[in-house]
Write a protein that binds this ligand. Sequence first.
Ligand SMILES: [Zn+2]
Length: 271
Amino acid sequence: MKQEKTSSEIPVMALLDLLGRRWTLRILWELRNGSQSFRSLQNLCGGVSPTVMSKRLSELRKSKIINLTKGQGYSITPEGLTLCVTLFHINNWANNTASGDFTHQPSNNPVIRFCPYCGIALILKKIEDKDRLSCPAENCNYVFWDNPVPVVAAVVEHDGSIILARNTKWPENVFGLVTGFLEKNETTEQAVKREVKEELGLDTLCIDYIGIHSFFEMNQLIIGYHIKTQGKICLNDEIAEVKPVEINKIKAWPFGTGFIVQQWLEKFNKQ
Ligand SMILES: [Zn+2]
């Protein structure tokens, strides 16, 4: 007979139970910038009784999320840091929504957790007024800046239509422009022509720069081009299907590459 697991045996339940206890998350938040003594941690938290504080600290130590070092006090362990990175996202979300800004959500890019030079777990440090993941090692100044990634996008014109494409990872009925990342030592024009050739099998006849769009949701900077093409459409395995839309029927959509289409339509209609 299959036995049901009690909720404390399910790892995420045990963790939610631990983190849900009063003061636990606040203690972790106050430890984000480095170690604190019992007294200073108590002051930072304000209002927590010494008994509750001791209890929470010992629970967190037992779970290996924090440790206690003689002379230094309590600090987040390298294992604990990978968990506490989520507080960094919560902080971004809180700041953005407090300022009424719902568009600048944390990026979907993978967050770097270890220093690429030393391999040490990164910690949050205040740099230029923002909490940033930084290397704690002496003599290493690595900071994970999380800069936006440039992406090229093409309004592909072929036989009097604009070719919209659906990526194999996207749901049915969701189409966008052909996009791609730049290779090293490649110009944006070379990259966008290559992507159109790779994804649609089309050759570029002429290319015009449209403009850029800051795609905050994906932490990308989209650089848009209008490309007139020739050849026969032949999809690679990244593209599930394409949808040709007559040039005078194309409409922009309010997300991602849709803003490049909007800029192109504005230019196109002025001509
Ligand atoms: Zn380092």
